[in-house]
Each structure stands twice: as C-alpha cells, then as structure tokens.
Ligand binder design. Structure first.
Ligand code: ATP
Ligand code: MG
Length: 415
C-alpha cells in the first residue's frame, strides 16, 4: 500500500499485479508482492530511500521494508514488433526490455489469472484478459496462443503445472487452442532452458508446499521423465511411491514451517536412479560403498547437465546416499561415530522415508518382504538408539551380531 500510494502521489500509475492479486482473490496468503507502474526504474528509485535497481536484461526496483521486499516493475511492451532480433530461430524470447502501457503489460504476462491488476484508484481490479472468469472457473488459461507462448519461454510449461498443482486448478484443454496439446508438442523445448534457471524452477515446483500435487500432474502429463531422463528404470511402484512420499513429507515440513533443504529434496528425486545403478555396479564386483559412490557421482553428473545443482547441495546429497550403506554397520564404535556426523539427521530421515515407503508397497513391486523388514528394523534401531541412555545403547550394541551377516546376505541374494 505504501508503495502504491507513494507512486500515486507522485502522479504515476501503480498496481499490485501477478501472484499476490491472484492469491488474495482466492483467499490465500501471498508469498510476495509485485507492483507494476509507468514510472521508470530511475523514477521509482528516486521515490524510495530503501530501494535499489537490479537486473540487466530488464531492470526492476527492489523496495525494502524490513525483511519484506516489494518488486516494482515498469510496464513492459510487446517484443514482437518490427524488431525480430528479440526472438531466436526457434521462437524463444531473447530480449524483452521494451517499456509499454498497462494494457500491453497485461498481454505479455503468462496466464490470465496472473494478469489481474489491483489499484487504489477506486480500489478495483483491472482485468484485460478475463482472468476473473478463469479464477472463478478454476482454469489455467494461457494469454494468447500456448504454442507461441511456450516457444517464447518453455519455462511457462512448468509454470502451468505449478499453478495447477498449487491452486488445484485445471489446465484449460477444451478449446481449439489447448494448453495441453501445446504441452505435449513442445515439452522437448525444456532442453533449451538454461540449467541454472531449471534448477530454480524445479525448486519452485517442489518447495512451494504443493509438491505432491505438482508431482502427480508432472506424471500425468508425462513431463516428469523429460525433466529427469534417467537411463535406469525408475518408474516402478516403489520408486514412484518413494518420490511421492518424500514430497508429501516436504509439504508437511513446509506447512509446519520447518526447514527444508534442496539437498534432501534432490537426494530423494535422484535416489531411484542411484539405487538401481548401485545394484548394477555392485554385480560388477564393486563393494556396496564403492558402488553407491560411483552411482551417485554418475547420476549427479548426468542430471547436472540439464539442472545445475549447486556444489554444496551435491556434497550433501552424496553424504546422504553413502550413509544409507553405512547405517547398517553399527558394531563397536561405529554407531557413535555415525551419530556424531553432521549429516546424520538428514541421512536418518532419508532412511525413515525408505522404510516408510517399503512398508507401504511391500509385495506390490520390486521390494521384497525381507528388504522391507530389514529397513524397518534398521530404522527402528536408530530411532531407539538416539534416545537411549548410555547403558541402553550398550545393550543395543551388544545385541547386534558381531560379524557383518547383513552385507553377505545381501550379496548372496543378488548373486
Ligand atoms: P508465485 O506465487 O509463485 O510468486 P507469481 O504468479 O507471482 O507466483 P512470479 O514468478 O513471482 O509468479 O511472477 C510474477 C508475475 O510475472 C506473474 O504472475 C506473471 O504475471 C509474470 N510472469 C512471471 N514469469 C513469467 C513468464 N515466464 N512469462 C510471462 N509472464 C511471467
Ligand atoms: Mg510472485
């Protein structure tokens, strides 16, 4: 409100726009607030003390109020006038830095529900694209031809899925111009998106608190395998359920305002491929720990070409995976050593997830009853060990077999 009024008092147009208007109208709590104006970035900056201009391709102004940042953007105009240099041969938008009018700004946005403007002039909504109708009928509808708009910016395909999942809206598909059809036909264009931007988008897909719904849609529209094209067969009941349950747990943590790390999320998303590859490598005479390390490295390298996972997360993912092999080896001082490590908690949560899912789908898939029981016993053991008294821990450790039959048993079973 302060930003809107300050701009208005300086005789500029100013509107709340995008996700915040959409979410407020739906009774949700907006994540952040975006403002659109006809003032240029320099003019905006001159009005607010705690502001700075950011961005190169298209400058926007961040106005800071305590921990809150309001993003103020000058209206953008159409990019596809005379100047064809703005679009690549494939139709992808290269530059998009022309100022425009309010109406032009509305038409270049992605979905109708994202192009609603709220103004303190009459406290009303400005709606050029029939976004209000689509809010009411719970529809994700592209502004313009989905085919063209997806070609301009393939990330819009993931945004369609994200909003459909988050808002529980349907993706429009009844007209001649259908988002769904355009999705099918253009999904390969995701390969042209920069890997850094894809990482950000994947985080938005899975760390917004609606990851389960988003995952279901990605599977339904057959987009998930295009995001994560593994050579390994990971579409089994167990692995689908594993990823789903991992995402359900993430959603719950976010709702409870507990921290979530992208490392744990990516460790979950990639684990199916890592575990399958580990098993393949192990049959080539590598130790289990060697196998999981090599498999982790290989899968991360493969994914990283498309989706850049920052290094610090990659380290943590590999730790979580290696721990899955180390957690069964508890005899002597080993259990204490594992417990002291900084990744223990994440690795233990990961083990719980594996156990939880294996109980759920046992006998339905490639998870055998004995594997499920083994995982449950191991998870329970670690749960108890963490809270036991010192004497209790000693008793637990003494009760363990002092050779390592588990490893041998596993090898024998696979042979
Ligand atoms: P969220 O709740 O996730 O923040 P949002 O709708 O605010 O949702 P943002 O990514 O913050 O999404 O973008 C703000 C607004 O900018 C959108 O509502 C939309 O109008 C416009 N926009 C963002 N990305 C694109 C895009 N790739 N193509 C066209 N318009 C976009
Ligand atoms: Mg937003």
């Amino acid at each position: 409100m302060k930003v809107l009024y300050t701009l208005k008092d300086a005789n500029y147009e100013s509107y709340l726009v995008g996700g915040c208007v959409r979410d407020l109208l739906l009774g949700h709590h907006p994540k952040d607030f975006d403002v659109a104006t006809n003032a240029t970035p320099e003019q905006v900056k001159a009005l607010f003390r705690n502001s700075r201009i950011i961005g190169r391709r298209f400058q926007i102004v961040h106005v800071r109020f305590g921990r809150e940042v309001i993003e103020v953007t000058t209206f953008r105009g159409p990019h596809n006038g005379e100047n064809t240099q703005h679009v690549s041969d494939e139709g992808m938008l290269l530059r998009d830095n022309v100022y425009g009018t309010l109406e032009q700004d509305a038409w270049r946005r992605d979905f109708t529900i994202n192009a609603l403007y709220y103004t303190v002039n009459g406290f009303s909504i400005v709606d050029y694209t029939h976004g209000m109708d689509d809010l009411q009928s719970k529809t994700i509808r592209m502004i313009g031809d989905p085919e063209v708009r997806f070609k301009e910016d393939p990330v819009r395909m993931l945004r369609a899925i994200r909003f459909a999942g988050k808002l529980n809206f349907k993706i429009q598909h009844d007209d001649e111009i259908s988002i769904k059809k355009a999705l099918d036909e253009n999904i390969h264009l995701l390969e042209a998106v920069s890997s850094a931007r894809l990482f950000d988008e994947v985080l938005k897909l899975f760390m917004g608190g609606y990851a389960e719904a988003v995952y279901n849609l990605l599977l339904k529209e057959n987009i998930y395998p295009r995001l994560f094209p593994f050579d390994q067969a990971v579409d089994t009941d167990f692995y689908t359920e594993f990823v789903k349950q991992g995402l359900v747990n993430t959603d719950t943590r976010i709702k409870e305002e507990k921290p979530v790390t992208p490392a744990f999320l990516f460790a979950v998303l990639l684990w199916p491929a890592v575990e399958v590859l580990t098993k393949q490598l192990q049959s080539q005479d590598l130790s289990l720990i060697q196998a999981v390390n090599i498999a982790g490295q290989e899968i991360i390298e493969k994914v990283n070409v498309r989706i850049t996972i920052p290094k610090r997360f990659r380290y943590m993912m590999r730790d979580i995976w290696t721990f899955q092999i180390r957690l069964p080896n508890r005899v002597g001082r080993r259990a204490y050593k594992l417990l002291e490590q900084k990744r223990f908690r994440a690795a233990y949560d990961f083990l719980l997830l594996r156990s939880q899912v294996s109980q759920k789908v046992v006998n339905e898939s490639d998870i055998t009853r004995s594997t499920a029981i083994e995982l449950a016993e191991l998870a329970n053991w670690w749960t108890q060990f963490q809270t036991e008294s010192e004497a209790g821990r000693k008793t637990m450790l003494n009760a363990l077999p002092h050779t390592k039959p588990k490893r041998r048993k596993k090898k024998a079973k696979r042979a």
